[in-house]
Design a protein around this ligand. Structure first.
Ligand code: ZN
Ligand code: ZN
Length: 257
């Protein structure tokens, strides 16, 4: 399974997942002009949309119109995105669906959008599971077992707002971020990882780090230390490139006798 990030920050979120047979996109938050350059001639079997905010959907309409790519999301989310009806695949939380060789299940999250969901993706070829969690104010109710790769939002540090006087902008920001429908702080992400990471976990990738925050390495260090787990990568908001690069092991196929 190869996971490549094309953008990960409050300015745009898009990741490309490929298992050698099928390529899908997780969110589509960059403009189409840049997207086609990055994708080259790749054929995309589907786009999983978490919610309708621009940093997750900026390239949707043009991708649909130019490449006729199918879009998967909840009815309410797809309604907000301007794409032709024949390319809309409405999904429901906790009902599994398939995009060629990926099995996908969506689950509800808490965010200030119409009907946001996140995704658990199972690669039929390697058997690996990737969990994609982003743009949610809380994840206390979510439990997962035996996840190989966790791509999870780590938006801000609660300590940034821990001071006597906040500017008006900071007060507004704090209200949203600390509310139930905002974003995950590094503290919330660590709590979730503590009850989710087990011997099966191969890699943790921290995404959607606030664009104003350049010291993403601090989050990486905090998670590594708290979890006592080495394979943690925090995505630099400016990074473009592979983040998981493990094609399935070729199994020896014995000829029939
Ligand atoms: Zn959002
Ligand atoms: Zn976002």
């Amino acid at each position: 399974m190869i996971l490549t990030t094309l953008s990960s920050s409050s300015k745009g979120n898009i990741h490309v997942l490929d298992n050698g047979i099928t390529t899908i996109i997780l969110d589509c938050g960059i403009k189409y002009g840049r997207l086609v350059k990055e994708l080259n001639s790749l054929t995309i079997s589907g786009v999983l949309i978490t919610h309708e905010h621009k940093d997750h959907c900026a390239g949707c309409t043009d991708l649909a119109l130019n490449k006729k790519t199918p879009f998967y999301g909840t009815e309410e989310t797809l309604e907000k995105i301007n794409i032709p009806t024949f390319l809309k695949y409405e999904i429901e939380p906790l009902k599994q669906f398939k995009i060629v060789s990926f099995n996908v299940i969506a689950f509800k999250v808490n965010h200030d959008a119409a009907h946001p969901v996140n995704y658990l993706i199972h690669d039929e070829l390697s058997g690996a599971q990737l969990l994609y969690i982003t743009d949610t104010g809380s994840i206390d109710n979510l439990e997962f077992k035996d996840i190989d790769y966790i791509l999870i939002e780590c938006n801000f540090d609660e300590k940034w707002f821990d001071k006597d006087e906040l500017t008006t902008t900071e007060t507004i920001k704090k209200k949203r971020l600390f509310g139930p429908n905002g974003h995950l702080s590094v503290q919330q992400t660590i709590e979730f990882l503590k009850r989710t990471v087990n011997h099966n976990t191969k890699k943790i990738i921290l995404c959607h780090i606030s664009h104003s925050f350049e010291e993403y390495k601090v989050f990486e260090y905090m998670v590594k230390k708290e979890l006592n787990f080495e394979n943690v990568v925090a995505l630099n908001p400016k990074y473009i490139g592979p983040i998981i690069n493990e094609l399935r092991e070729e199994k020896e196929v014995l000829p029939f006798e």
